[in-house]
Write a protein that binds this ligand. Sequence first.
Ligand code: PLP
Length: 305
Amino acid sequence: MSRTVLMNGAFVGWDDATVHVSTHALHYGTAVFEGIRAYYNAKKEQTFIVRLMMHVDRLYRNMRVLRLALPLSTDAFAEAIVEVVRRNALKEDIYIRPIVYWGAGAVGLHPFGRANEYAIYVEPMGKYFEDIDVGLKVCVSSWARVSDNALPPTGKFAGAYVNSVLAKVEALQNGYDEAILLTKDGFVSEGSGENVFLVRDGTVLTPLPSDDILLGITRDAIIRLCHDRGFDIAERRIGRSELYAADELFLTGTAGEVAPITSVDGITIGDGSIGPITKVLKETYFNAARGNDECYRDWVTPVFE
Ligand SMILES: Cc1ncc(COP(=O)(O)O)c(C=O)c1O
């Protein structure tokens, strides 16, 4: 079955979901997007979208930064996402990509006068990290994280992802699974597409929002799970060497899920296996996101009646 894409209020076929070459966002990165997962639960014959309203709210907040606006309420946009998933009816785990952008027009930096366009499409997505169940080998990137006063990393602004792509490509070419970027001041920020957590002496730590991180929705979920499971959790500045000395280390993200790290720059983390706190958080998140945990039923939106 060919996939259908929602573009500016109309459903179009996959091959017709195109943009004009003069689109402002193509030249200057003036788009805001989201990445949302939906898991197919075969037992319940249901697809569950994970934390849908949080994603739509983040999208709309970030649109304001780029002066983008749509004639759709957040509720209507969320309903449109559900409709795209429903119509594509993929009975597998999927990734949903909504994107809002400044459209076509004459060359020039200011985008005013162009259309504010949007698209929503889905694609099948299994594991983002092949080694998620055995642990990732990561490096500290030679690229610094973009800073909030230059190119906001707090939201999914298309242009800022050049920073992530540079770090990811470098990491893969050097034989690692992922890169961790530091702030321009040398503190731990985040992965190319994930937030970072470490465990030290039983306390779970993660960088502050002011450390040039994306305000991750999975990060938020993990903080909540730490409280619920009785793990001490703190948001604070983290030095580079604390990564190497951590007892446990993991990444969180919608695509990347909860991904344990077993080495950084060749230095083994803990005893080189997946740590006990990481294991609990990974399993609890996995069940909650698939709609299998009644305690977190409000995290997921069922797609089918
Ligand atoms: C740079 C970056 N950091 C962190 C995350 C994790 O955010 P979330 O948990 O909302 O997916 C992402 C998600 O794609 C990301 O691109």
